[in-house]
Design a protein around this ligand. Structure first.
Ligand code: A2P
Length: 312
């Protein structure tokens, strides 16, 4: 049984979920999601741009058909891609996701990034110099239609992803339905303490993506990986846990909701076996001290709405 936290619209959000970005090769993701549900995961985080929502949906529907879960037992998140920000395209974006998943509603729909890309073609439209082709849509116009998605029952809640504090505040200043979540990269080497505090003060829960620092990503190849950190390994030894379990527990004790991914059965189990121990305030502080501003996920950095050029 996974614990939940209340969102600002009073809905329950399981405090750990399964990430599905690169969560296995084609054909593997369905098995991973099925197994995750079998062993107790009740929160699946996906997105249109991951291009695997058919498999994710097939797994969820199979588990509903088998009677392992009912639709209401599982929290399903997806995200509006950057080529669908124009108000007239937002409904298309969510409807494509719902149709690929084969579900009637989402629990949570996020604006994946604060910036938009040229609409209508590739999900990653690039010019001859390999630069992303931007589209000049203000995410406040996108947000109005996100609210419509709630009113039409296509999603229960709406939220943000990769928004900085100024961008979040702009949305809050006009929202009639508040974002419940901001999903950001968060791990011991990028602990996001300021943005987490900012969100907490405004009733927004932070979902932590790349919680383990995405150890197998190319971007991480030259940078130190938190899983190998000596301090984390020392704390892990004391608790007879793994470094991954210490990191996930640390993120949860800070009130964030990590969404680790794994395509390995043992590690899937390991990552939710974190509710039978506690980190002390001293241990939390020593992990806080590991912060070093290492970001795995940088993307379209020259877009004028790129979020990570300010302090938080
Ligand atoms: P694998 O699929 O072989 O388990 P993140 O969620 O931060 O992006 O990290 C995901 C990566 O971390 C995946 O490559 C996954 O590899 C690996 N991983 C997931 N869980 C664990 C774990 N408990 N211990 C070590 N590596 C893990």
């Amino acid at each position: 049984m996974i614990l939940t936290v209340k969102l600002n619209d009073n809905l329950d959000f399981p405090i750990i979920g399964l990430g599905t970005y690169n969560a296995g090769k084609e054909g593997e993701v369905e098995e991973v999601v099925k197994h995750a549900i079998d062993i107790g995961y009740r929160h699946i985080d996906g997105a249109l741009v991951y291009e695997n929502e058919k498999e994710v949906g097939a797994a969820i529907k199979a588990k509903i058909a088998e009677g392992v879960i009912m639709r209401d037992d599982i929290f399903v998140t997806s995200k509006l891609w950057n080529t669908y920000h124009k108000p007239e395209l937002v409904m298309q974006g969510i409807k494509k996701t719902l149709s690929d998943l084969g579900l009637e509603y989402l629990d949570l729909y996020l604006v994946h990034w604060p910036f938009a890309f040229q609409e209508g073609g590739s999900l990653m439209p690039k010019d001859e110099n390999d630069k992303f082709i931007p589209s000049d849509v203000d995410y406040l116009d996108t947000w109005k239609v996100m609210e419509e998605c709630v009113k039409l029952g296509l999603t229960k809640s709406v939220g943000l992803s990769n928004f900085n504090s100024e961008q979040i505040q702009r949305v809050l200043d006009v929202a009639t339905i508040k974002p419940v979540v901001n999903q950001i990269e968060c791990h011991p080497y990028l602990n996001q303490s300021k943005l987490i505090a900012f969100c907490k003060e405004r009733g927004i829960v932070v979902t932590a993506y790349s919680p383990l620092g995405s150890p197998n990503s190319i971007a991480m190849a030259d940078t130190p990986a938190p899983l190998k950190d000596p301090k984390l390994q020392e704390i892990a030894k004391e608790h007879e846990k793994t470094a991954a379990q210490i990191i996930l527990r640390y993120l949860i004790q800070h009130g964030t909701v990590p969404i680790p991914k794994s395509s390995n059965k043992e590690r899937l189990k390991e990552n939710i076996d974190i509710f039978n121990f506690k980190l002390s305030p001293q241990e939390m502080a020593s992990i806080d001290a590991l912060d070093r501003n290492v970001r795995v996920c940088t993307f379209a950095e020259d877009h004028k709405l790129y979020p990570f050029n300010i302090e938080f």
